[in-house]
Design a protein around this ligand. Structure first.
Ligand code: SF4
Length: 185
């Protein structure tokens, strides 16, 4: 008897760079529709899994912009290992609220936070462990560093918008956002 072939499931990786995890929470807001989705897709490296090595994947969903050297490294890895890369949310698309620091000097910000802030211990010093990623002078959007295939605006994008995007990709269609679902706040 010929075994029944299961449809191939879309392999999806997700990551939060300089994000707040709010876009991931909005993905979870898909609620009970996650069950039928889970039959057609599987998560690779993601805050939802314990997978450490990335891909190869069909889709990479990237939340957050780029605020430090590790963000850039991880983004390049996602671009290399994911066929389709999606910038999810305002931070990934244009830097978002974290990019408000672009009007300030990063050195001055660090001094204010780690040396001058009231309430710090007297021996407080600037974190300098080489394990820590160096901050970038400015926060950047993803498209400034890699090619982005799709953009999902919103802070965060609605669960319906994320569901529509994943459904389209699962069905091999080009995602087209419903104008009613497009928002930037
Ligand atoms: S777009 Fe909004 S919800 Fe998403 S990571 Fe940025 S601040 Fe958080």
């Amino acid at each position: 008897m010929t075994p029944i072939e299961e449809p191939r499931r879309l392999r999806v990786a997700t990551v939060s760079l300089a994000g707040c995890f709010g876009c991931h929470m909005s993905l979870l807001d898909i609620d009970e529709r996650l069950f039928p989705l889970a039959e057609r897709m599987v998560f690779d490296r993601s805050p939802f899994t314990d997978i450490k090595a990335l891909g190869p994947c069909d889709v990479g969903l990237v939340e957050g912009g780029l605020c430090n050297s590790e963000n850039v490294q991880v983004l390049r890895l996602f671009r290399a290992r994911c066929k389709v890369l999606v910038a999810v949310g305002a931070c990934a698309i244009n830097g978002g609220l974290p990019a408000q620091r672009n009007a300030l000097d990063i050195g001055q910000i660090l001094v204010e936070v780690y040396r001058n802030r009231p309430g710090l211990a007297a021996d407080s010093s600037m974190p300098s462990d080489p394990e820590l990623p160096l901050p970038l002078a400015q926060v950047h959007a993803l498209h400034e560093v890699v090619h982005v295939d799709h953009y999902l605006p919103g802070c965060p994008p609605s669960a319906d918008a994320i569901y529509a995007l994943l459904s389209a990709l699962i069905e091999g269609r080009t995602p087209h956002a419903d104008p009613a679902e497009i928002r930037f706040d």
